[in-house]
Ligand binder design. Sequence first.
Ligand SMILES: [Zn+2]
Length: 347
Amino acid sequence: MTKKNSTLTTNEEKKVLPVSPIVLDHHIKTLAPLLQRWVDSGKISQVNLLTGQKGIGKRAMVHYIAQWLFCSEKENLLSPCQKCSHCLKAQNQSWVDFIEISSSQTNEENLKIEQFRNLKETLGFGAFESPFKIIHIHNAEQLTTQAANSILKLLEEPPPGWLFFITTHDATLLLTTIVSRCQVVRLKPFSVTQIEKILEAHNTPKDRLPVAAKLAQGSYEKAIKLCSQEYWEIRNKFFKSLENPQNEMNLLIDQCAKTPVFFELILDLSENIVEDIITGSNINYDYKNTILKLSKNAEYKLGSLDAVQRFFLELGERIFKARHELETPVNKKLLIQEVLIPWVQLA
Ligand SMILES: [Zn+2]
């Protein structure tokens, strides 16, 4: 397994509390019925699965729910007081009864069986200072089959007072035997307007804001990343390589093969350019001329508008497939070449 680029994984370890008001307002609408049920019945579901696309704050919401459950002075039924000792500990990530199991702690791409051994050694022990011990399994699609099998029994009959929160962007990548044990909540993506507001609060350069908000397709974390210098440069490089593939494309292929997040960015960008060409959505308005040239070249080379439409629809399908293949142990260099070759043919 290749190691993740360390500069890009540090974000995941960042404090996520307090959750930004826009994110909280958005997700609490989806979560409120479940949380209210817990309050009304006095019974909390012990194994919970939060799904929803990457970068919409699933981890942040697990931390928020944990803080709320630990809070000893809840003012409002669905929000923690932010002042009691439990809330302060949660905000500082000096958790006592909260355990997070994530691949970014080991800088590997998988969640391995060893990461659950320590947890299992505490079987028979309850929480230290709260009524609950909360365990968050982050990006559970990264569980190895062995690791997933090793926790099945624990999820089937969780010890009293233990609450599990499992998060994933794609529940179909989990063992069905895990999903069937869970109370599932699907968190929703954000609107372009909501993402624009979040970007504004992040002091994003104004010229990047409208492009990033649309490109991110509902994920505010993706939008924030897109606006970073590192990502913005990759985007510029991609467009340059579309204008001049002979000089730029190979370098870009190497960069993407080494760094999966850049690969994902290229897939996002390719998908959006396809959309711009087919529907005239003009998401990448700052590269309008490049896109127009691609579309004209396509018409010239393929002969008819119908053929152009077919070409880009097929390319869209290839990109969609590549996204799934990227989750599997494939040769990344070959995969990115396959996605980029049709673009080169158009130049
Ligand atoms: Zn509190």
